[in-house]
Design a protein around this ligand. Structure first.
Ligand code: CP3
Length: 320
C-alpha cells in the first residue's frame, strides 16, 4: 500500500509548503514524510517517500504531477522512433535525491522499524510512458505492444535495467526490502503477460542485490498471480479481489503473501474494520509468511483515526 499521503494532516501540511516533485527532490523533507506514518500509525515498516515515475524524468519525457489529476507525461512514447529518442540516463546519476532520502530516513528510523524501498515494474512504467497518464483501458499500450513488438521489447528491456539500478541504489543506501509495483498489469490477459511482460519483470528481479526480500505487487491480478510468481519475488502482493487463504494455497506456501484488505473498508466503522481484518488474519491461519496490508493504497477520503485503528486491531489480533 501507499501509506503516506493526503489522508494524513501532517502530509497535507508539508504539501502546502512544497509541490509534490519538489518534496520528492528534497531529501530532508522526503525523509520526514517517510517517518510520518511510523509515528502517527505505529506501522511495522516505513515506506520510502518517493514515486515510481521519478525514474522516467531523466529519459526526457517531461514528468508532471498536476494537482488533483495525478501524473502526466508531456511527451508520451507513441512510436518506435520515440523509444529510440529516450535519453540514455542511468538511475544512479539521475535520481541521487532518492538515495539520499533512503539514507536519511534509515538513520532517523534507527532500529525502530525496517525501511522498504520501491520502484515501478517495466509494464506499469511503460503504460505511463505510452498513455501519458492514468488510463482505464490501456488501449494505446496494448496497441503498441503488438504493432511495435520490437520497440516494446527494447523499451521494456531498458526500463528493466533502469528499475534494477534504481532499486539496487536504494538497497545500497539502506533499504532493507524492496517492493516492485506492477500496479496496472491486471489489465492484461495471462497469455499477454507471459509474452510481453514476464521476461522483463524477471530481468529486474534477477539483477537485484541478493538476499534482500522482494515484494511483487499488482492490482486485479487474480488470473496472473502464478505467472507473476514465475517472474519472481519472495512475497506476492494480493489485492482484495482474491480470497487470501485459497489464493495462497494455490500459489504455494513456498512464497510469502502480503495483503489484502479493501482500502474502502477504512471508510466504515471500527467494528467493520475489525471484522474485515479478522477475516484476513483467519484466512492466513497464522502461517509464517503473511504480511498484513491493504490490497492497495489508502484513499484520500480516509479518516486517519481509522487507519490507526486498523494497525492497533491487527497488532492485537495477531499477538493473541
Ligand atoms: O508512504 C508511501 O507509501 C508513499 C510513497 C509512494 C508514492 N507513490 C507517493 C505519492 C509510493 C509507494 C508510490 C507508488 C506509486 N506511484 C504507484 C504504485 C503504487 C500504487 O498505488 O499502485 C503508482 C501507480 C504511482 C503513480 C502515481 N503517483 C499516481 C497514480 C499518483 C496520483 C495518485 C493520487 O493519489 O493523486 C501519484 C502521486 C503521488 N505519489 C502521491 C503520493 C503521496 C499524491 C501526490 C500529492 O501529494 O498530490
Amino acid at each position: 500500500m501507499r501509506q503516506a499521503g493526503r489522508y494524513m494532516p501532517e502530509y497535507r501540511a508539508m504539501r502546502e509548503r512544497h509541490g509534490f516533485l519538489e518534496l520528492c527532490k528534497n531529501p530532508q523533507a522526503a525523509a520526514e514524510v517517510t517517518l510520518q506514518p511510523v509515528e502517527r500509525l505505529g506501522v511495522d515498516a516505513a515506506i520510502l517517500f518517493a514515486d515510481i515515475l521519478l525514474v522516467l524524468e531523466p529519459l526526457g519525457v517531461g514528468v508532471e504531477f498536476t494537482r488533483g489529476e495525478g501524473p502526466h507525461i508531456e511527451r508520451p512514447v507513441r512510436s518506435a522512433a520515440d523509444v529510440a529518442r529516450l535519453a540514455p540516463a542511468v538511475a544512479r546519476d539521475a535520481v541521487p535525491f532518492v538515495f539520499e532520502t533512503v539514507s536519511l530516513a534509515r538513520k532517523a528510523l534507527g532500529e525502530r522499524v525496517p525501511l522498504i524501498g520501491f520502484a515501478g515494474a517495466p509494464f506499469t512504467l511503460a503504460s505511463y510512458l505510452i498513455e501519458g497518464g492514468a488510463s482505464r483501458e490501456f488501449l494505446l499500450t496494448k496497441r503498441f505492444m503488438r504493432v511495435e513488438r520490437e520497440a516494446w521489447h527494447a523499451m521494456l528491456g531498458r526500463l528493466a535495467e533502469i528499475t534494477a539500478d534504481y532499486l539496487n541504489g536504494q538497497i545500497a543506501a539502506g533499504a532493507q526490502a524492496v517492493q516492485l509495483f506492477d500496479s496496472w498489469v491486471g489489465t492484461l490477459s495471462p497469455a499477454d503477460y507471459r509474452e510481453f511482460v514476464l521476461l522483463h519483470t524477471r530481468a529486474v528481479i534477477e539483477r537485484l542485490t541478493p538476499d534482500v526480500p522482494v515484494i511483487h505487487f499488482g492490482v486485479g491480478t487474480a488470473t496472473l498471480l502464478s505467472s507473476m510468481k514465475e517472474a519472481g519475488g519472495d512475497v506476492m502482493g494480493l489485492d482484495w479481489r482474491v480470497e487470501l487463504g485459497p489464493t495462497w494455497e494455490r500459489l504455494g506456501f513456498d512464497v510469502a503473501v502480503q495483503g489484502n484488505l479493501d482500502p474502502a473498508v477504512l471508510l466504515s466503522s471500527t467494528d467493520e474494520i475489525r471484522r474485515a481484518a479478522k477475516a484476513i488474519l483467519d484466512g492466513a491461519a497464522r502461517r509464517p509468511g503473511h504480511i498484513f496490508n491493504l490490497g492497495h493504497g489508502v484513499h484520500q477520503e480516509t479518516p486517519v483515526e481509522n487507519v490507526k485503528a486498523l494497525v492497533d486491531i491487527v497488532h492485537e489480533l495477531s499477538s493473541r
